[in-house]
Design a protein around this ligand. Structure first.
Ligand SMILES: [Zn+2]
Ligand SMILES: [Zn+2]
Length: 275
């Protein structure tokens, strides 16, 4: 099982890797900069080179970078769109310096544009990134569907990724987002139905990663708030069912639960391992 957690890079990238190893993770996710600001602090170039050279020998694969929160990769607003492109260029550039395998991107908010217009814009974004960055692969994340969030249903996700090479553009699912968008993954039967539907729209090889989070909010409420595994609305049974699914056996699992990795994070990692 490839299992990891989202970690902070505040103490430098080398420390991030040490923390991952302390937590016995064999995959990791990080942000390449402060996720709540457009400004980017100095980049830890030395740490990035260290990660690139050592992560595979240390057994960490894949190394995942998640796009930051202010980015709207399908925005109909030209200013916000161009800011988002600049931010993505910087973050994907940093991810490539670390030798990251995957860059996770949210589809974005379509606002007043139609689903098709937003899909076109997001595809422009992906094309632009693929033209400029050749080493990394992109994963578009399935969302809970709050407000005008794009990518809360599998048909939309399939339209987004289908023109691209499956090696270069795949999908990241998130258990909390699935549950929020109405997929009842609290049982094996519910998971079965969910995956059958997913794979009827999207090729197996495109599923690159799963974010494993319990949900504060109820089924189908279209809200995205993560909580500790077994303590939310999905509950222990949902995760017990998940780890038994043969289709997911080789898919890396990354936790994005609240709190500190060393404390609450470790508890969630242990919970998943115990299943
Ligand atoms: Zn995400
Ligand atoms: Zn989320």
């Amino acid at each position: 099982m490839r299992l990891g957690i989202h970690l902070s890079i505040g103490q430098g990238l080398q420390k991030t890797m040490e923390e991952a190893l302390d937590l016995k993770c064999n995959t990791v996710q990080i942000f390449a900069k402060n996720p709540r600001s457009w400004k980017a602090g100095a980049f830890d170039q030395k740490g990035a080179a260290f990660i690139r050279q050592n992560k595979k020998d240390q057994g960490i694969d894949p190394w995942v970078v998640h796009a930051t929160y202010l980015i709207n990769a399908c925005s109909p607003d030209d200013d916000l769109y161009s800011r988002s492109i600049s931010a993505l260029e910087l973050e994907v550039g940093r991810a490539e310096e670390m030798g990251a395998e995957f860059f996770v991107i949210h589809p974005g908010n379509r606002k007043k544009s139609s689903s098709q217009e937003a899909i076109n814009r997001l595809q422009d974004t992906l094309n632009h990134l693929l033209e400029n960055f050749h080493a990394i692969s992109f994963l578009v994340e399935g969302m809970a569907g709050a407000g005008t969030e794009l990518g809360a249903d599998f048909l939309e996700l399939s339209k987004i990724v289908s023109p691209f090479d499956p090696e270069k553009v795949g999908i990241c699912l998130d258990t909390c987002h699935l549950f929020g968008s109405g997929f009842d993954i609290r049982s094996e039967r519910g998971w079965r139905k969910t995956l059958d539907k997913f794979f009827s729209h999207i090729d197996h090889q495109r599923l690159g990663l799963i974010h494993v989070n319990d949900s504060v909010h109820k089924l189908g409420e279209k809200k995205d708030r993560h909580t500790h595994l077994g303590e939310g609305e999905i509950g222990r049974q949902g995760f017990e069912a998940m780890v038994k699914l043969p289709e997911l056996r080789n898919i890396p699992l990354i936790l994005e639960t609240p709190g500190e990795a060393r404390k609450q994070g470790k508890r969630n990692l242990d919970f998943l391992r115990s299943l």
